[in-house]
Design a protein around this ligand. Sequence first.
Ligand code: CAA
Ligand code: NAD
Length: 283
Amino acid sequence: MDIKQVMVIGAGQMGSGIAHVHALAGFEVMLYDLDQASIEKGIQTITKQFQRQVEKGRMTEGEMDITLSRIHQSTELQDAKKADFIVEAVVENMEVKTNLFAKLDDLAPADTILATNTSSLPITEIAAATNRPEKVIGMHFMNPVPVMKLVEIIRGLATADDVYETVEALTKKLNKTPVEVNDFPGFVSNRVLMPMINEAIYTVYEGVATPEAVDEVMKLGMNHPMGPLTLADFIGLDTCLYIMETLHEGFGDDKYRPCPLLRKYVKAGWLGKKTGRGFYVYH
Ligand code: CAA
Ligand code: NAD
């Protein structure tokens, strides 16, 4: 399939990163959000990253300007009518995603692929909200998108082979490595990562150690680039909680029970780096 016009739904930290890498690979990108301020913040982040590349001599000013000119702001879902490929990166909530996919299904051309960047939710269920389940697929980027090489690709029950092949080829065009996994809660990445983060939160909750000490242990002892609590703040504590809830509900096993301290922080609006406070304070 010939993809020229990409639409990214949600301009938060993942959506802006996804728009960044598509524009860099030469695609025209519409960056859509309900919230104009989120789009502006997203474009600011992308611009800052490109400016850093210019300063480091990896990109010219001219190349930066051309790349940025490929990204167009959108607050009109109707723009989906012009999209060859749509990738969704809104909040990790099944109801929000299924409502959105039903609308996108009505608006987008019949052969447009609808991909979701969900971290953990069943692709099959999101696909069932549309009349084109064969064209719905999981395309799970990692944070920060411009840096991380992996894209987990997840087929729903009905996803067509040619749709998988198109998304695999697109991933390679973005200079990323696709890995196919099956449609189970949390896929592979978050089924393995998130219980570790949740357990790290339990060690703080139970008074075993301070957040700083937990992070130091995992950084110096296990060579992790970020400690699990710094990483949780970086991902977003709301997203971590949604993922743990999906694992808990999906597998029914108590080992996935979200730590009460995680719930408390989310209720307090301490969502991590994006709100200025989580396990740490950010200025
Ligand atoms: N956007 C774009 N580029 C970024 C960036 C961002 N937000 N943050 C850092 N970078 C780039 C920097 O520009 C720098 O590039 P150059 O060396 O080419 O200049 C490079 O990354 C390294 O950055 P820094 O030197 O500032 O910092 P660092 O060495 O500490 O690396 C990091 C930062 C890459 C984020 C590193 O700490 C890391 O790998 N952390 C773990 C990230 C991780 O585990 N991600 C997965 C999260 S889970 C997930 O995404 C799935 C899910 O569903 C929740
Ligand atoms: P975020 O909170 O940074 O951004 C979400 C954006 O979606 C916000 O700008 C919000 O205004 C917008 N939004 C909410 N509802 C919307 C709607 N109905 N229509 C349009 N826009 C809407 O969240 P994020 O961290 O970018 O996560 C987005 C998705 O990516 C989630 O599904 C998350 O699980 C997944 N994900 C997150 C990470 C991570 O590390 N944060 C990694 C991989 C995947």
